[in-house]
Design a protein around this ligand. Structure first.
Ligand code: KDO
Length: 329
C-alpha cells in the first residue's frame, strides 16, 4: 500500500517539477471484488485496464483480484480508506453503513429500471450522494454499474405468490444488516453468508435460497443447485466503481481524467452486456429445467415498501429525496 501511494505521489511531484515520471514508478491500482470471472462486473475490469493502457501507456499497473481473493466481501471500503486497496465496486449497502442517507437505495422497489438508475446517479441526486460518500468515507465514486435486478432463487419448487409464502424460507443474504432487512421485508428468514459460500450452501441445503440478478445466477452457476426462480424483481441493484480518495488526489489532473474515463468505459461495457443478457436468461433457465414463476408483484411492492417506511431507515432519508427519485424519468 505504501509503495503505491509513494509511487503515485512521486509521479505527481516529478511531473510538477517538469521531469518525466520514471519508467519503474508505475502507479499501482489494486482491485478486489467477490465477482466470479464470468460475470460482467468482473470482465469489465479488463476494459478498465485496457482503457488505461491505451490512454496512458506503461503508466499504470492495474491488478485485478477476483473471487474476493484479496479482501473479503464488504471489507473493501475500509481497506481503501486505510490505503490497502485502490479500487473496487461498492454497493449501496456498503455505503449505507457509513452514509445512512444512502440506505434509500438499499430499499426494495424504489428504483424502477436501469435507465432510471443511470439518470439518478448521473444527475444531481448522484452528485449530492457521492459528495457525502467522499466526505465521510475517503473514497470517491467514479461511475455507476447496473448490477441487475435481484430475483429470488430457490433450492426447491414452492408456490410463491405473496411475501407470506416465503415464511420460514432460509434466504441467504450478504452479511450486513441492510441486506438482512431486505430479506426480512420480503417475508423470508434471512441468513447471512458471503457470496463465495452460496453455491455450497445451496448444494448442501444449509440455505433454502438466495437472491441475485439473473446474469449472476448464471455466472456463479447457482442454477445448477436450485430448482426455481421467482421473478420478484425486488431490487434494481447498483454497484459503484470507487477509488480511494488518497489515490485519486495523488494523480495528476490528466491521469485523474484518464482513470475516470476508464471507469466509465468499464461500467458502460458492464451495463450494455448485462442488460442484453438479462433479457434472454429466463429462456436459458427454463431450458436448464428450472421453474420460473411470477408472483403477485403488487403484494410484494406493498409489503416491502411498508416495511421500509415503518423502519428506522426511512427516518434518515433526506426530506424529499424519495419524491425526487420518483420524479426522475
Ligand atoms: C451478493 O453477495 O449477493 C452480491 O450480489 C452483493 C453485491 O453487492 C456484490 O457484492 C456481489 O454479490 C458480488 O460482486 C458478487 O457478484
Amino acid at each position: 500500500s505504501r509503495r503505491s501511494v509513494l509511487a503515485a505521489s512521486a509521479g505527481v511531484a516529478l511531473a510538477a517539477g517538469g521531469v518525466p515520471a520514471l519508467a519503474q514508478s508505475k502507479i499501482v491500482l489494486r482491485i478486489s471484488t467477490p465477482a466470479v470471472p464470468d460475470d460482467w462486473h468482473a470482465r469489465m475490469w479488463t476494459v478498465f485496464k485496457d482503457s488505461l493502457e491505451k490512454s496512458a501507456p506503461g503508466e499504470f499497473d492495474v491488478q485485478i483480484n477476483l473471487n474476493a481473493s484479496l479482501f473479503k466481501q464488504g471489507a473493501e471500503p475500509t481497506a481503501m480508506a486505510r490505503g490497502n486497496l485502490e479500487l473496487t465496486t461498492v454497493s449501496a449497502q456498503d455505503l449505507a453503513k457509513q452514509v445512512p442517507e444512502f440506505s434509500i437505495f438499499t430499499a426494495g422497489y424504489i428504483v424502477r429500471d436501469p435507465a432510471q438508475q443511470q439518470k439518478i446517479f448521473n444527475g444531481p441526486i448522484g452528485a449530492e450522494m457521492f459528495k457525502l460518500v467522499a466526505e465521510k468515507m475517503d473514497i470517491s465514486p467514479l461511475s455507476t454499474c447496473y448490477y441487475g435486478t435481484r430475483q429470488v432463487n430457490l433450492r426447491e419448487v414452492r408456490t410463491v405468490k405473496t411475501p407470506a409464502d416465503l415464511k420460514g424460507v432460509k434466504l441467504r443474504m450478504p452479511g450486513s444488516k441492510e441486506w438482512l432487512f431486505l430479506g426480512e421485508a420480503l417475508g423470508a428468514t434471512p441468513t447471512p453468508l458471503a457470496f463465495g459460500e452460496v453455491y455450497l450452501g445451496l448444494k448442501s441445503g444449509t440455505i433454502d435460497g438466495q437472491d441475485n440478478p439473473l446474469p449472476t445466477v448464471k455466472a456463479a452457476k447457482f442454477y445448477e443447485v436450485t430448482k426455481q426462480i421467482v421473478l420478484t424483481s425486488h431490487l434494481v441493484d447498483a454497484l459503484f466503481i470507487a477509488i480511494s480518495s488518497k489515490t485519486l488526489k495523488a494523480l495528476s489532473p490528466a491521469n485523474q481524467q484518464k482513470v475516470l474515463a476508464a471507469a466509465k468505459a468499464a461500467s458502460a461495457y458492464n451495463n450494455d452486456n448485462r442488460i442484453k443478457e438479462e433479457a434472454q436468461l429466463v429462456e436459458f433457465f427454463k431450458k436448464e429445467g428450472l421453474q420460473v414463476s411470477t408472483p403477485d408483484l403488487d403484494a410484494f411492492h406493498k409489503t416491502v415498501q411498508a416495511a421500509y417506511q415503518n423502519s428506522d431507515y426511512a427516518k434518515v432519508w433526506p426530506k424529499g429525496l424519495l419524491e425526487r427519485i420518483n420524479a426522475t424519468k
